[in-house]
Design a protein around this ligand. Structure first.
Ligand code: HEC
Length: 100
């Protein structure tokens, strides 16, 4: 447990923007729900739906807080137990981009 805490601390403090690639993380985590829009999740590529949420939460940091705390059908940490803030932000930005 102690080892884990140290590792988590190290990971958090050495935070660069997105350590692992979106391509690696997305299919196993956010994509499970956001690709098809499960349980009302805003869909990957639905730029209009994402913009409404982005504006309502005051930007990327507000959305990040929802992901970490969970929101209705989205569990806290959103199925990525070891994602860094930078990784979460990269994943959100990936889903916000218009499809095609
Ligand atoms: C178990 C399904 C599920 C997974 C996995 C999931 N989400 Fe979600 N997500 C949802 C649902 C459902 C909503 C809509 C919640 C609502 O507004 O009721 C949502 C909403 C969001 C929102 C909008 C929050 C807001 O404040 O409006 C963001 C940002 C988000 N998800 C990011 C992510 C990211 C990033 C990941 C991957 C790390 C992820 N989600 C994984 C189901 C999921």
């Amino acid at each position: 447990m102690k080892k884990f805490a140290v590792a988590a601390l190290l990971m958090a403090s050495s935070l660069a923007y997105a350590d692992r690639s979106v391509d690696e993380l997305y299919p196993k985590t956010c994509g499970v729900c956001h690709e098809a829009g499960v349980a009302g999740a805003p869909k990957h590529g639905d730029a209009a739906a994402w913009k409404l949420r982005f504006d309502a939460k005051g930007g990327l940091d507000g959305l990040l807080a929802s992901v970490k705390n969970g929101l209705n059908a989205m569990p806290p940490k959103a199925m990525c137990m070891d994602c860094t803030d930078g990784e979460y932000k990269a994943l959100i930005e990936h889903m916000m981009k218009p499809a095609g």
